[in-house]
Design a protein around this ligand. Structure first.
Ligand code: UN1
Length: 512
């Protein structure tokens, strides 16, 4: 059990993380509700985890509030130094942590490592950002006045993350929030608590070595009700949530009802367009990685392939050669490219979607069944390609599985863009073309309506340096790089009068 071995190496059995709950193994309190965690790779029971209660949430919030009082006044570059040390610790544990991500979540080891690398990258980014929390200086219209803005921390940031990126998305939020002077309370997906426990332990060592309070970064392993309590709770000025649109609408409504801030990163229905001017081989590579990478469980996964009629058959033939030869199996076996889905429900959703597509007139070209990988009782499936119309109900939905809908277009790129934008979601998009006019049309104001729009790069696999998120039902939030840090801070406009008289703005006369 590599998960257990790694957690033992981190000392999980010796410690009882006070503000973390999620005790495991021998520490289990028999009076508490627990959840059994099975690996999607082989069906093995990895661990049993204690679920947090509403009282635990209270303890965690109080502790976090206390920690906030000292953290918010620590100079930002010193907060950056702590994040630098966290990044170093993650570097040290990159391989075992990557393995744990793979074993608990099911993505192939290369992607498990990639996920940990995203955490390391965001730490590096956040360290630099800690010296660049810039506000503007504005010229005052009044003599001897100075006007500027400052960015202050918000306070408690609640982070609700999903199983598919069990740790990277948390780190995007928490590391940027932390350099901004916030304290974070993380509710990881209850499907993947072990990676969260591991990260929390790695991080607590850094806090301890620096004599910092534990409540700076807390986690709470609980069910959807804990997430709902956080969303309704005024003590969280910001809730950042990643997951389904259904979940995001609930969180957004609860936070909105109290006029709090929410940062939502929800479902995608990402399309890749191949025009008649594309480098087909590059486009195929991007398509396959985008569609079957993480077994189709990235929010950036390629779900729709919109292909020009002149190259349609060529693309289809090529894909139909590659798909049946994709190696499916244990994601820690480095010769495999496709690991399992997260659980049996996901396998069922995959099958249901394929049935629905067929009923609506879709033609299943390859895959579409559960797959028995080397006698493993994991949740493996054969990635599917279906010829479909964009307006099928099932094509309009995000199914978190490796299903690629093949859609034909003819004429100008505008026709493909129209199809691409004709869904409710707006996360990621891509076009493969070597034609300048096509790529510029795609990036223009009348082009892709998504938060991410790529030329000759697939829909998934964004770098952390850019702002990550999307429009429409994707929720509008932006995390990670660029100036996404501003979402975790409050802007204060300051005007200072260093003169000896009191002129009023707009030249108003008011003599008393
Ligand atoms: C997600 O699926 O929620 O761009 C995040 C990507 C990754 C992050 C995906 N860097 O595919």
């Amino acid at each position: 059990n590599i998960a257990l071995d790694f957690l033992k190496e981190l000392g999980i059995e010796k410690r009882n993380p006070a503000y973390a709950t999620g005790r495991t193994f021998a520490d289990l309190d028999p009076s508490r509700e627990t959840r059994k965690i099975y690996s999607p790779t082989d069906g093995q029971l990895i661990a049993e985890v204690e679920m947090a209660t509403q009282e635990d949430l209270e303890t965690i919030v109080t502790t976090a509030q206390n920690a906030f009082n000292s953290w918010r006044v620590l100079p930002a570059p010193q907060r950056g130094e702590i994040v630098r040390q966290i990044g170093e610790a993650l570097r040290k544990y990159k391989e075992p942590l990557g393995k744990l991500v793979t074993y608990e979540m099911g993505k192939i080891y290369q992607e498990g490592l990639g996920e940990v690398q995203e955490m390391i990258d965001i730490c590096d980014f956040a360290v630099g950002q800690s010296r660049q929390l810039y506000g503007l200086e504005m010229k005052s219209e009044r003599q001897d006045h100075r006007m500027f803005e400052q960015w202050h921390p918000l306070g408690l940031v609640g982070i609700i993350s999903a199983f598919n990126f069990p740790v990277a998305v948390w780190s995007w939020n928490s590391m940027i929030a932390a350099i901004g002077g916030n304290v974070c309370i993380w509710k990881p997906s209850e499907k993947t608590p072990l990676t969260a426990i591991a990260c929390q332990h790695i991080l607590q060592d850094v806090l301890k070595n620096n004599d910092l309070p534990e409540g700076l970064f807390s986690y709470i392993i609980g069910d959807a009700e804990i997430g709902a309590s956080m969303s309704h709770d005024n003590r969280f000025p910001l809730i950042s949530a990643t997951g389904s649109t259904r979940m995001g609408k609930k969180v957004g409504a609860a936070v909105g009802a109290r006029l709090g801030k929410s940062l939502l990163e929800l479902g995608g229905n990402n399309a890749l367009i191949i025009t008649e001017n594309a480098n087909i081989e590059m486009a195929i590579r991007a398509t396959v990685f985008g569609a079957v990478g993480t077994c189709g469980q990235r929010c950036t996964s390629t779900r729709r392939l919109i292909v020009h009629d002149t190259v349609y058959d060529q693309v289809k033939d090529r894909l139909l050669k590659i798909y049946p030869s994709l190696s499916i199996g244990h994601p820690l076996d480095e010769s495999k490219l496709v690991g399992p889905l997260i659980d049996a429900d996901a396998v069922q959703a995959f099958k249901n979607a394929i049935e629905k597509a067929k009923q609506e007139g879709g033609l299943l070209l390859t895959g579409g069944d559960a797959y028995q990988a080397e006698g493993l009782s994991g949740n493996y499936v054969q990635p599917a390609i279906i010829e479909a119309d964009n307006n099928y109900q099932i094509v309009q939905e995000e199914t978190f599985a490796p299903i690629l809908y093949l859609i034909k277009y003819s004429g100008e790129i505008e026709n493909a863009i129209k199809i691409q934008n004709d869904v409710k979601q707006g996360l990621s998009s891509a076009v493969f073309t070597n034609h300048l006019l096509e790529s510029e049309a795609f990036l223009s104001a009348s082009g892709s309506d998504c938060g991410i729009a790529n030329i000759n790069i697939g829909t998934s696999g964004a770098e952390i340096g850019g702002a990550f998120g999307g429009e429409k039902e994707t929720g509008g939030g932006r995390e990670s790089g660029s100036d996404a840090w501003k979402a975790y801070m409050r802007r204060q406009t300051n005007t200072v009068n260093y003169g000896k008289v009191l002129p009023l703005a707009q030249g108003i006369k008011f003599d008393i």
